[in-house]
Design a protein around this ligand. Sequence first.
Ligand code: NAD
Length: 316
Amino acid sequence: MSERVLVTGGAGCIGSELCAALLARGQEVIAYDNLSSGKREHIAPLTNNPRFRFVEANVHDPVALDAALDGVSFVHHLAANPDVKFADDEPDRDLRQNTLATAALLDAMRRRGITQLTFSSTSAVYGTSPVQPIPESQPCRPISLYGATKLACEAMISAHTNLFGLRAWVFRFANVVGGRVRKSGKTVVSDFIAKLRANPRRLEILGNGKQAKSYILVGECVDAMFHVVDHAQDSFNLFNLGGDDWLSVTRIAEMVVEELGLNNVEFAYTGTEAGWPGDIPRFRLDVSALSGLGWRVKHTSEEAVRSAIRGILAIS
Ligand SMILES: NC(=O)c1ccc[n+]([C@@H]2O[C@H](COP(=O)([O-])OP(=O)(O)OC[C@H]3O[C@@H](n4cnc5c(N)ncnc54)[C@H](O)[C@@H]3O)[C@@H](O)[C@H]2O)c1
């Protein structure tokens, strides 16, 4: 049965793919986004669909948010500051955009009696885990304000499931990649492409290149979200979401060089173990809970990143 669904961050890289997939499943979709890092062009292909509506507004705007929630029965909450790096000029950015925005949304949903929510959390909540791959039960010791404020969001959501009858699906995403680029907040792939276009002979790589992380294609990420919502029925459902392999930063640099058709590029490492303060040098997710529900990634991290490089090169 068709239901009205609101996607915060619906003009973002993941949110716009989620909106398209929800429309394909027959839902009525409201994308709610202030375009701080999202782009209108991400949702442009959806705007002709009569079941799609875009609301340009901030989650912190209580009047706009309440109006957008009218008739909504399910919320996918992706709006956030997506950049893990600390912003010196905006030290409270993560608190405002992540924790306080989530608290505002939860309160608006409670007042409207809306009881179904997915939340895009992150593997950054774990910090530098001594256990690899990292299970959901691993204690969280975030090393960035991004990770800390996302963990606070999870805690707020958990409390709402206990107090107010909310049912929630919380996803700790691996690095999600695809052919879309944010207006602000770089990813490793877009950073390398931009740098190599500026200087095709030398690539500055933050860190020692040995950082190794797990990557998943955005389409597969969205598919996994649906699968978990359809199959996990607790009031508070928490899942690592990704594959179980990892890929080094140097290998990503090599792939970007290959895809740009370049040769003899000098890799200039800044040399530290982490790329920047707050960067988690190595992580792999234990995804046995996800596979226990019958869902596995179809592409390796390397295949996902290769596809993202090609997608970004095709549009930029
Ligand atoms: N991409 C990844 O690798 C990754 C990994 C882990 C978690 N996540 C989480 O997934 C979600 C989506 O990430 P993404 O990669 O698509 O980033 P994105 O920047 O493309 O999407 C975030 C969207 O939220 C919007 N937004 C931010 N603050 C808002 C506010 N106050 N009100 C309304 N809209 C607001 C932005 O304009 C943007 O469109 C984020 O919550 C992010 O933290 C992403």
